[in-house]
Design a protein around this ligand. Sequence first.
Ligand code: ZN
Length: 167
Amino acid sequence: MENLEFLPTSAPSLRERSRELEVSEVTVPEFQLYLDALIRKMIEARGVGLASPQIGRNIRAVVVQPEPTDDPLVLINPVITKKSDALLESEEGCFSVPGTYGLVKRHKKVTVEALNRHGRRIEFEAKNFPAFVVQHEIDHLDGILFIDKAEKTVELDEKGNVKKRVK
Ligand code: ZN
């Protein structure tokens, strides 16, 4: 598998709706290798989540690992089936918008249905940080970036100092 690279913020495909996958596409060895490469990329980049369109494949596949002690979780065709009315402010950044951070209101709790990497249906509930991560990654599948929803964003330089308040 070739090295996966993040698309730049300006890439039009980051703004597209990604397509659903068939179970028969998920279970083939080539795709399993692709999922492994996505997981490796997320871990190398020290991320908590990664969506396939971020590296240029517009399919509904994401990987998440909210805590380093969690096993990386693959979600295929994920759908939020229930969400709390309660919202919390989530501090976010994104590999697709390097150097920018912002506050986004997210649902405190969500129920998610998806296929796992073996094409089997799973359902789970997430709250707080893991719920924010899942919502952020699913947004990518619909062409939405966190900067679209953020109320305040800042650009930081390499040392972590504020360069610019964007809004
Ligand atoms: Zn992102």
